[in-house]
Design a protein around this ligand. Structure first.
Ligand SMILES: Nc1ncnc2c1ncn2[C@@H]1O[C@H](COP(=O)(O)OP(=O)(O)OP(=O)(O)O)[C@@H](O)[C@H]1O
Length: 685
């Protein structure tokens, strides 16, 4: 065994750092060499341009591109080596394969091979052999490689914390990933960006990350179970595993908002991968509708639900979010296909084109979207007339056919047909537009679905993996659109308890109806919050399967005040205490935007910042925001103000409260103004 003692491990770390330094020098020389050669080539072309023919120019351009790309990969390698020298590895297993020699496997963020020794000194955490670090304790272990399964015994397992090139500690352990290290990681202060969790990935999480085969992976996990972290690590894994065929730009994240996108933007670069493209559902919708319609956003829909109780509005949302609604849309599409192509005799010159012929041609193109079939039918009718008359058609005759065929279909406009659908359904009152013709959010994706089925939409074939976060907020119709536009593999994740709109929530089961081939996993262990905070949040929405982390802290506090003014004063005092607490982030999470704005006005002088639907970044410090916008984020400390039974009544309100409370990692306080205990919401009485 190499490096049996801690002292030897520390010496070995110095050796590795030395080797990394040499490698950095070597790669630095090649970066310099490539940029010098590139400069020279460019100068040469510039000087000899006049004497070069087109073929020379193409060849010179190609050679420059080649040099640039080699230079870029050398620069990337240099960045990785620099990063490695600050923290070369975090784990080690000594593995003895059944038919081979014992091998120490040091595991880090990237692979490091010593070119002089031709030996792998550090294995990438995503390498097949590294999976054993996450999957097994001491004793029997195995891993799979593209060429088969390798079995053997794990003889040693160690974990290290190395920062800025120094080893803080080393733990030798027999269990999978030692709880002490996980506890240490979880009790840290929250950053303004999501962190990577490579050193402490848990076994069930590892299985999700390394699943290569699922065409659609649905991750249903409780609040704080690491869904988003895992999904991003999974992307990093797939980029490594399929590096020949997938690059970062072939992946797309559908994220709930820009703040969330900014919050998670660090994880992949930290894991050595490029940033991946991201899009919000509304952006996708506007693109697909070619910016022709104005529509309410999801955020506005939820705000409307929170601010006023309109039974009709709720009913419309509820219906359009059901799986049955998707079936109704499909039934209507079949109905119009069979009934809306109406009999009309077509006479061109002296030729009568029989309607059964036209209808038969219309049906023959069933693979083409309904409203796009007319040109094909026109061609067939023209051929029919030409064959019967044995002559070419005049321009006038052609124009007559072009005009007549589309007219045989009752309506030619997607929007008209969408309206007509409600007539057919016998529920015209279920379609309402807002002032100025603005569509309700619940109509946006059904309309897109119609457009897709009736006119066709260009699929996103360049996307090779789609990641959808906050899956509970999207409806079956949205998934039906995604499934038709994105034929690639997908990772879909969320938590039905955290829906901001209970009338349009989708569970893993609902989504699975759209993707019957999906693998669904459930993550039940919650890592973010202390045991006390998790237990408290369970009083709001109870999930009997949830497993709280045994990390203890203060019991959440409920502070009753006599007046609003007193409540604001209490919050001011908490802000002052936060500033000296050593915590980095405090979230003051309200139910509505108005309440957040009110508090922001009151607390402005204390250096707070207000996060709104227009914000684009998440900052450390004191944030005032709404529960809706806080989704996916986390704070060291959370204050939830105005928690009275008047403010938190409905189903939507309780979901908001749950989301707000589950953002807290270490400390949670709720404040309310009350003159009598009856003002307290029942869950806390
Ligand atoms: N294996 C792990 N090791 C260390 N930290 C972890 C691990 N799994 C999760 N965490 C931490 O738990 C917290 C929650 O993770 P994440 O935000 O990915 O969860 P989530 O399920 O998406 O949460 P939510 O749905 O509540 O927004 C983060 O601080 C993350 O770093």
């Amino acid at each position: 065994m190499i490096n049996p003692s801690e002292l030897e491990e520390r010496e070995y770390l110095e050796e590795i750092k030395e080797k990394l330094l040499l490698a950095i020098r070597r790669v630095n020389d090649s970066v310099k060499q490539y940029s010098a050669e590139l400069r020279q080539s460019k100068e040469y072309i510039h000087e000899h341009q006049s004497g070069m023919d087109e073929a020379d120019m193409v060849a010179a351009g190609q050679s420059i591109n080649r040099m640039a790309s080699i230079g870029e990969s050398a620069a990337l390698r240099k960045r990785k080596l620099i990063k490695l020298s600050s923290s070369p590895y975090f784990g080690r297993i000594d593995f003895a394969p059944d038919n081979g020699q014992e091998l120490p496997v040091y595991i880090g963020i990237y692979t490091f091979t010593d070119e002089t020794q031709r030996a792998t000194l550090i294995y990438d955490w995503r390498a097949p052999i590294s999976s054993m670090f996450y999957d097994f304790e001491l004793g029997e272990g195995w891993y799979t490689t593209p060429s088969g399964k390798v079995t053997g015994r794990i003889l040693l397992k160690r974990q290290y914390k190395i920062q800025d090139g120094r080893m803080d500690y080393m733990i030798e352990n027999a269990v999978s990933i030692h709880d002490d290290i996980l506890q240490k990681e979880l009790s840290k202060s929250a950053d303004d960006k999501m962190r990577n969790i490579v050193a402490t990935i848990q076994r069930d999480q590892n299985a999700v990350i390394r699943n290569e085969t699922a065409p659609v992976m649905i991750i249903q996990g409780v609040a704080g179970s690491g869904k988003t972290s895992i999904a991003l690590h999974r992307i990093a894994f797939l980029l490594y595993r399929f590096r020949e065929t997938i690059t970062s730009k072939d992946i797309l994240i559908i994220s709930p908002n820009k703040v969330f996108a900014d919050y998670i933007s660090n994880v992949l670069p930290e894991l050595g991968e490029e940033q991946i493209p991201e899009m919000e559902m509304e952006e996708l919708a506007a693109d697909l509708l070619e910016n022709k319609y104005r529509f309410q956003t999801f955020f506005q829909q939820v705000s409307e639900l929170l601010e006023k109780h309109d039974a009709g509005f709720i009913e419309r949302i509820r219906l359009k979010s059901s799986f049955e609604f998707l079936s109704k849309l499909n039934q209507y599409l079949i109905y119009i296909e069979n009934n809306y192509f109406t009999f009309a005799e077509l006479q061109v010159g002296k030729t009568i084109v029989p309607f059964p012929f036209i209808l038969e041609r219309f049906k023959a193109y069933h693979r083409i979207p309904l409203l796009k079939r007319f040109p094909e039918v026109v061609k067939d009718v023209q051929n029919f007339v030409r064959d019967s008359t044995q002559r070419k058609l005049t321009g006038q005759e052609k124009a007559k056919i072009w005009e007549a065929i589309p007219r045989m279909f009752k309506m030619n406009d997607v929007f008209d047909l969408y309206r007509d659908f409600y007539r057919w359904l016998g529920k015209e009152d279920l379609f309402k537009t807002k002032h100025g013709g603005v569509l309700e959010y619940a109509d946006v994706f059904p309309l897109i679905y119609f457009k897709l089925r009736l006119e066709g939409l260009q699929p996103f074939d360049h996307v090779k993996h789609l990641l959808v976060d906050e899956m509970q907020d999207y409806t079956p119709v949205q998934y039906a659109v995604l499934s038709r536009l994105f034929k690639c593999k997908k990772t879909i994740l969320g938590d039905v308890s955290q829906t901001v709109n209970p009338y349009s929530a989708s569970s893993a089961d609902t989504i699975q109806q759209v993707f019957p081939q999906a693998d669904t996993v459930k993550l039940l262990r919650s890592y973010r919050s202390t045991y006390e905070i998790t237990a408290f949040a369970q009083r709001i929405i109870h999930n009997p399967d949830l497993i709280a982390m045994e990390r203890h802290g203060q019991v959440p506090d409920l502070i009753g005040c006599q007046s609003n003014a007193e409540e604001v004063e209490v919050i001011k005092k908490m802000i002052a205490a936060f500033k000296t607490s050593g915590y980095h982030s405090l979230g003051i999470i309200c139910k509505t935007h108005q309440q957040a704005k009110f508090l922001n006005d009151e607390l402005k002088s204390l250096g707070v910042h207000l996060l709104t639907a227009d914000s684009t970044a998440f900052k450390e410090g004191i944030t005032i925001t709404t529960a809706h916008l806080s989704k996916g984020l986390e704070f060291d400390q959370v204050i939830v103000p105005f928690v009275s039974s008047r403010n938190y009544q409905s189903d939507v309100d309780m979901k908001m409260l749950y989301i707000a409370c589950t953002r807290a990692m270490h400390q949670l306080t709720l404040t309310f103004t009350t003159s009598s205990p009856a003002n307290l919401i029942p869950a806390f009485s």
